[in-house]
Ligand binder design. Sequence first.
Ligand code: SF4
Ligand code: SF4
Length: 483
Amino acid sequence: MSNTSKVIPITPAPDAAGDQEQALYEVRKKIYPRAVSGWFAKWRWTLVFITQLIFYGSPWLSWNGRQAVLFDLGARKFYIFGVVFWPQDFIYLTLLLMISAYSLFLFTAVAGRLWCGYACPQTVYTEIFLWIERKIEGERPARMRLDEGPLSARKFGLKSAKHGAWIALALWTGFTFVGYFTPILDLGREVFTWTLGPWETFWLFFYSFATYGNAGWMREQVCKYMCPYARFQGVMFDRDTLVVAYDTERGEPRGARSKKADYKAKGLGACVDCDICVQVCPTGIDIRKGQQYECIGCTACIDGCNQVMDKMGYDRGLIRYASLNGVSQHLGWKEMIRRVFRPRVLIYTSVLCLIITAASVSLYLRVPLKVDVIRDRAALSREVADGQIENVYRLQIMNTQEEPRKLMITATGIDDLKVGDLKLPLEINSATTQMISLSLRAPAEKVQKGSNRIQFHIVPLDTQGKPNPDEFSLHEKSIFFKS
Ligand code: SF4
Ligand code: SF4
């Protein structure tokens, strides 16, 4: 059975030979991808295992007595193992998005839709859902017979089992997804006691429904009609990009033949027109028609065709990973790899390295303590006992680390400037923001009238109460005022 799509005519049915039908849109014809094995399939499954191990496993890891990876939106803190990100660290999210975008540009320019074929959640979940479908309903011909046959107890049983398994996996996926935003152990407890909050309930079912719908029902339609990346990838390709390509010169003219026949003597190419490459294709296209935007670069057709070539005793690689120039100009791997290093790729690589280096250095040098000094605007200054001038400040201190800290606070800029009314060293809890009020005092005769530049020094102390040499001290400028 072919995977070609049925066409809905928008003009009346032709009544004379030669009249052309015009298609307004195509009705989807269900695709029954045939299972395939081979070198690329192994890689694809390896990536499915790795990505899913990370996705399903990460929320269960713990670190310092809390969930290792937790995006706590309520507390506005993102925990990723030993690092805590605050809203002030928004720049790292920007850098992460830039790294993702440039990686996508780079990998697409070099090797086409690697992301789509191997790591995109849509591909990965479709692959898993298809695996379940095969285990329950059987291989491609069995699935097609089952769908075409009348409803029977067996059909009902198989379909119920498949959808039951899909729904269970989708719900577990939704649960795991929400577990990145709510501690997963609490979430599990809430599920079992029916005490889930409204937002958790919404997102759990929404994500589960999206997984079930996209991987179970929509499948290739998401890639063909919904994904914007499929539409703009064309501008990132050129004739030296490595893509899944059919060697037309070697394959055509295609045609059936016996294994022993000398096909060249018969004027045939290497393609035996077995249709395997179409049957294994998850988007149902025929790669022999050339590059098509529906091709997600999954390489299933390469494995499928290589199996046929092996059976026929022909050289592998009638469909292969190659650049279009490589195929048309008969280039070897060395020459194609040499052409990978073209200006566009070098620019993407340089920008990517630059952003990664900047992000790494900035993360390494990130000070785990942040301080904001705010002058008390209610009273600019006042005279207190012993002829001292006093100014009041509010300090917002953020400890981004997961250990409590002891801090010494001093100020300089005026002789004999002292901190008053504050118990020092200051103790600040782990991963918190604390607002403290403190006053500075200086002898009136040592303070000039008007504004005086001063500086606060916030120094982390070690367990002995001495300045910790491994930690950054903070120095914040401010003004001391005398009226
Ligand atoms: S044409 Fe080949 S590489 Fe492209 S989607 Fe189909 S099977 Fe995958
Ligand atoms: S699998 Fe290979 S031999 Fe068979 S039809 Fe496709 S290109 Fe031709």
